[in-house]
Design a protein around this ligand. Structure first.
Ligand SMILES: Nc1ncnc2c1ncn2[C@@H]1O[C@H](COP(=O)(O)OP(=O)(O)OP(=O)(O)O)[C@@H](O)[C@H]1O
Length: 274
């Protein structure tokens, strides 16, 4: 096992997320395993909204879990402002596509639980919980249990729980994947607005090119498995994004170009027999 960062590098001034020579193989590295990531190098800047796009199975989630510390690093290193990643930490929160809310707790108690875990002062918790419940348009459902909500509402509750904690690094794995198109659009706008009000480093995994272009400042396009970083694209659009962004000719042409690049990677995978 080679670690790119020694303990002494902890003091190195990293303000974003520095990913160096990360390779990850599932099921053994004796040639029989699945190499999901192959020598990933990526600098995600401080307070950047970074999207990861790529063909299915290219290792986007794997990379996210490694950043989160939910999977142990095998080769290479990932360094954050808190030092090398060695496991999960309160500085990094993750939102999955299928959220797990506590079924026995109300929406409000689910959000409060996250705030308590994040050691937010008790007098601050109720105010914050309400703020984020309102933000995801669940006002009036504070006392509802998850089983009384639609899937989309449950997801919004889980998003509120994570956003309320205001982590320095927010990792999102297709968080809007199961939402209907309209709710998804609203959540994209809200997320971008929240990020602008309260800047944080966001790594956002999605299949949806338009979603990536709408939300992100930079987009990494990964190759098919074993995942490598094929392109890193700057999204040169105004910081403020809304309905009008969708009509912006730059948004349209960038989305088309990126869609082509992702498709190329998917086609290459088919030719390569993946
Ligand atoms: N626990 C595991 N055991 C074995 N192989 C795995 C495991 N998890 C993922 N893989 C394999 O690693 C590769 C990368 O998976 P990963 O879920 O990171 O890709 P992804 O880009 O997020 O995929 P998708 O876009 O379809 O969600 C895939 O080929 C997958 O089959």
């Amino acid at each position: 096992m080679s670690l790119a960062y020694a303990e002494t590098d902890v003091g190195a001034a990293v303000s974003g997320i520095d990913i160096r020579n990360v390779t990850h193989t599932y099921g053994g590295r004796d040639g029989r395993g699945v190499t999901a990531l192959d020598n990933i190098n990526l600098d995600i800047k401080d307070c950047e909204f970074h999207a990861l796009l790529g063909p299915s199975g290219c290792g986007k989630s794997t990379l996210l879990y490694l950043i989160g510390g939910f999977l142990p690093l095998q080769e290479g290193g990932i360094i954050t402002p808190k030092g090398p990643v060695k496991g999960p930490g309160p500085d990094r929160s993750i939102v999955f596509q299928n959220f797990a809310l506590f079924p026995w707790k109300t929406v409000e108690d689910n959000v409060l639980y996250g705030l308590k875990k994040a050691k937010i002062a008790p007098e601050e918790r109720a105010r914050k919980a309400q703020e984020y419940i309102d933000l995801v348009h669940l006002t009036g459902f504070e006392k509802s249990y998850p089983s009384q909500l639609s899937g989309g509402m449950q997801q919004r509750a889980a998003i509120a729980r994570t956003l309320a904690i205001d982590p320095r690094i927010l990792l999102m794995d297709e968080p809007f994947g199961a939402l209907d198109a309209q709710t998804r659009r609203v959540m994209q706008e809200e997320l971008r607005a929240i990020w602008q009000r309260s800047p944080k480093t966001v790594v956002f995994v999605t299949h949806d090119v338009q979603e990536a272009v709408f939300l992100a400042d930079r987009i990494s396009i990964m190759s098919a498995r074993p995942g490598r970083i094929a392109h890193v694209i700057d999204v040169d659009l105004p910081k403020e994004r809304g309905e009008e962004t969708l009509e912006n000719p730059q948004f349209i042409s960038l989305s088309e170009n990126i869609w082509r690049m992702v498709r190329e990677q998917a086609v290459a995978a088919t030719r390569g027999g993946h």
